[in-house]
Design a protein around this ligand. Structure first.
Ligand code: C2E
Ligand code: MG
Ligand code: MG
Length: 699
């Protein structure tokens, strides 16, 4: 029996001991490595045993709870630490219900259920993530989420009080997770419920369009509010983490009103407010679009211009004029076929753009249109018969560009107006040059009326017996800025064709009366009238008004008319002439002898004066027959009690023959050329020095 304790180990045991020792060493090494790793983590970590006693915690844990090491001493019960914390008011949510809180907390530690949040007395928020370990212990992770909580709080404030309806949608289902007050106001059910509803449920359209653009772009949709009203809204969507979940934050911006205002502005920019038709800009746009199509069908541009619209405006007033334009617009629209459209260019100019298959069909359309336009209408108490002229250009043949097409339609219109009005003309290439030039001239004449490029010169009429000036004839002059002086024989007919004669005539009459007021009282002024000025029906009123305006005595005004006027010999012409005479104005017949039945005209009206046309005077010294005719006219005039004047006296011999033949007055370069008003007073002063007849005035 061994008497001493045998310390010698069997080799097997020694081997096992060595292994156990090395296992213990490596376990210790692993444990300290693990602890070192835990100590480095940014999260707070705490380990408890199954009895709820501290096993380990890392520095971050202590830092989060700002506890001293003894508070968390290994072996100490967590419950005691919590109790101490509750007593010191570390957990605001525990205040007032300390026992209950502690019990709840301990239950959670015994039976941990994932994540909770906890607020500390200093305001910080801690996320608690807790789990049970396999041996019934506890591992808890603590994260300071104060910053995130702050962000969430400010988001909530922004979200809840935002005046724009906002919702948070669950990423996968698009169901509403949260809705702000405004969204509930607008879309919520009567109970203010909106959670769980999908955005598509709020849409006003059935179409399954994506309500949220995948690339984050802003899209516009129509939604229906709780009252059923359709709202146009822009959808702004952004990814958002909501209470830890992936979500989408959606703001719905109401643009209904803005869209309506935009649409209204666009309408106003494109339409004529008086008639509601497209305006010039919109016409260009649509016409360009029509002409730009690959397979552009023949498109007719009908330029419609009312005849004598100004007369309606002048006699019935602008109110009636506006009504007429509106009625014309209605009539044009009623004549439109599918795809056609009408526009108003301004004033009394309208355009219809229409497609057609055959020229015959187009003509029928235009005939019907004119018939419709020419139907009489009752306008502010008067019957009015509207009349229109139409110029037609066909695209793309007559122009592939709106501008060219409209210009060519304008040339055709010009022709229609010149050839009798109330009718239509198609554009023809030959119209181009002459017409274009005349058209340009017309536009320039219109401008000249505004700019004062139309002036009046005066040519004296001399008493052949005494050699003194009796009157001066007003002759209009156009100083064109580029072309220089344009003679009245060139532009008076143009003014007559284009309805501008009324304005030209009024301008000359006013200027002549104004100028004559400055002359000696016994000198008259003679003003030429165009037959067309009688047609407007306002001539008498115009003369009367201008006399009153300028203060010229009516007896000092002489109006020269031509035989062309008496060709018409209507009641209206004669009554106007009589009315003017009754006013005290003198009436002279100009260019006598050039008409077909000059003599018979002398019976139709008691003229104060006849002016023998210069074609009889020119060769008086050489042409015996001319002398005979002139003498006969002088005799005839005298016996009818009319003064006789000879025009175009260029040389002293003609003046002598006329004087000897008993002609009362003479006019011509022999005495003076037409002169500007600035020369007239000097001319009259020289005349006042009682110059002899044969000494030409201002030679
Ligand atoms: P008119 O009324 O017969 O005027 C006389 C024209 O003969 C004027 O031409 C005048 O300059 C011209 N003349 C005068 N003396 C002589 C002369 O010795 N020899 C020649 N060769 N010519 C002479 P003007 O100014 O070129 O006017 C031409 C016509 O234009 C006028 O003929 C008149 O019919 C018309 N006219 C002129 N001013 C006006 C106007 O204000 N209104 C209207 N409606 N017509 C006007
Ligand atoms: Mg004259
Ligand atoms: Mg004449």
């Amino acid at each position: 029996m061994p008497n001493s304790f045998d310390l010698s180990l069997t080799p097997g045991f020694r081997e096992r001991l060595k292994m156990a020792t090395s296992r213990t060493r490596s376990w210790l090494a692993r444990r300290s490595a693990l602890r070192a790793a835990l100590d480095c983590l940014p999260q707070g970590i705490v380990l408890l045993d199954r009895d709820g006693r501290y096993v380990h915690w890392n520095p971050r844990y202590a830092e989060i709870y700002k506890g001293s090491a003894d508070l968390f001493a290994v072996g100490r019960r967590l419950e005691d630490t919590l109790r101490a914390g509750v007593a010191r008011g570390h957990y605001p949510e525990a205040i007032g219900r300390e026992g209950e809180w502690l019990a709840g907390r301990m239950a959670a530690i015994r039976n941990p259920a994932g994540q909770t949040e906890q607020q500390l007395a200093d305001g910080r928020w801690i996320l608690i993530d807790e789990r049970q370990t396999r041996d019934g212990g506890y591992v808890g992770i603590r994260v300071d989420i104060t910053e995130r909580k702050k962000r969430e709080t400010s988001f909530r404030i922004l979200f809840d009080d935002n005046p724009v309806p906002m919702v948070v949608l669950k990423s996968e289902t698009d169901a509403v997770l949260a809705a702000n007050r405004m969204a509930i106001d607008v879309f919520g059910d009567p109970a203010g419920h909106l959670i769980g509803v999908s955005l598509a449920d709020l849409s006003a359209d059935d179409a399954d369009t994506e309500l949220i653009a995948p690339d984050g772009a802003v899209v516009e949709h129509r939604f229906r509010d709780r009252a059923g009203t359709v709202l146009e809204m822009q959808v702004y969507a952004r990814p958002h983490v909501f209470e830890g979940e992936d979500a989408i934050l959606v703001a719905l911006f109401d643009v209904t009103e803005r869209n309506r205002a935009k649409a209204e502005a666009a309408y106003l920019a494109h339409h004529d407010p008086l008639t509601g038709l497209a305006n010039r800009a919109y016409l260009h746009l649509r016409l360009r679009e029509r002409l730009g199509r690959d397979q552009c069908e023949p498109t007719a541009v009908l330029l419609v211009d009312l005849d004598h619209f100004k007369a309606v405006n002048d006699t019935l007033g602008h109110h009636a004029g506006d009504h007429l334009l509106q009625e014309v617009a209605r009539r044009l629209v009623s004549a439109l076929g599918p795809g056609d459209f009408a526009a108003r260019l301004g004033g009394d100019e309208f355009v219809i753009v229409t497609r057609f298959d055959h020229l015959r069909a187009l003509r029928a359309t235009i005939d019907a249109l004119l018939d419709r336009l020419h139907e009489p209408l009752f306008l502010d108490g008067s019957d009015v018969c509207p009349q229109a002229s139409v110029g037609i250009a066909i695209g793309p043949a007559d122009g592939a560009e709106p501008d060219l097409l409209l210009r060519n339609a304008d040339l055709a219109l010009y022709r229609a107006k010149a050839e009798g009005r109330g009718t239509y003309r198609f554009f023809e290439a030959e119209m181009d040059d002459t017409l274009r030039r005349r058209r340009a001239l017309e536009l320039e004449l219109r401008a000249a009326l505004e700019t004062g490029d139309l002036t009046v010169h005066y040519q004296p009429l001399v008493d052949l017996a005494s050699g003194t000036v009796t009157s001066l004839e007003a002759l209009v002059r156009w100083h064109h800025p580029e072309r220089g002086a344009i003679p009245p024989s060139d532009f008076i007919p143009l003014a007559e064709e284009t309805n501008l004669i009324g304005r030209v005539g009024e301008h000359v009459l006013r200027q002549a009366c104004r100028d004559a007021v400055a002359w000696p009282g016994h000198i008259r002024v003679a003003v030429n009238l165009s037959p067309l000025q009688f047609r407007s029906g306002t001539l008498f009123a115009t003369v009367d008004r201008i006399l009153a305006e300028t203060g010229l005595h009516p007896a000092r005004l002489e109006l020269e008319i031509t035989e062309a006027l008496l060709l018409e010999r209507t009641e209206q012409v004669l009554s106007t002439l009589h009315a003017l005479r009754a006013l005290g104005v003198r009436i002279a017949m100009d260019d006598f002898g050039t008409g077909y039945s000059s003599l018979s005209y002398l019976r139709s009206f008691p003229f104060d004066k006849i002016k023998i046309d210069q074609s009889f005077i020119r060769d008086l010294a050489l042409d015996k027959e001319a002398v005979a005719i002139v003498r006969a006219i002088i005799h005839l005039g005298s016996s009818l009690g009319m003064k006789v004047t000879a025009e175009g006296i260029e040389d002293p011999s003609a003046a002598a023959i006329l004087s000897e033949s008993g002609c009362h007055e003479g006019q011509g370069y022999h005495f003076s050329r037409p002169r500007p008003q600035s020369d007239v007073l000097g001319l009259l002063a020289a005349d006042g020095a009682a110059r002899a007849i044969r000494a030409p005035l201002g030679a």
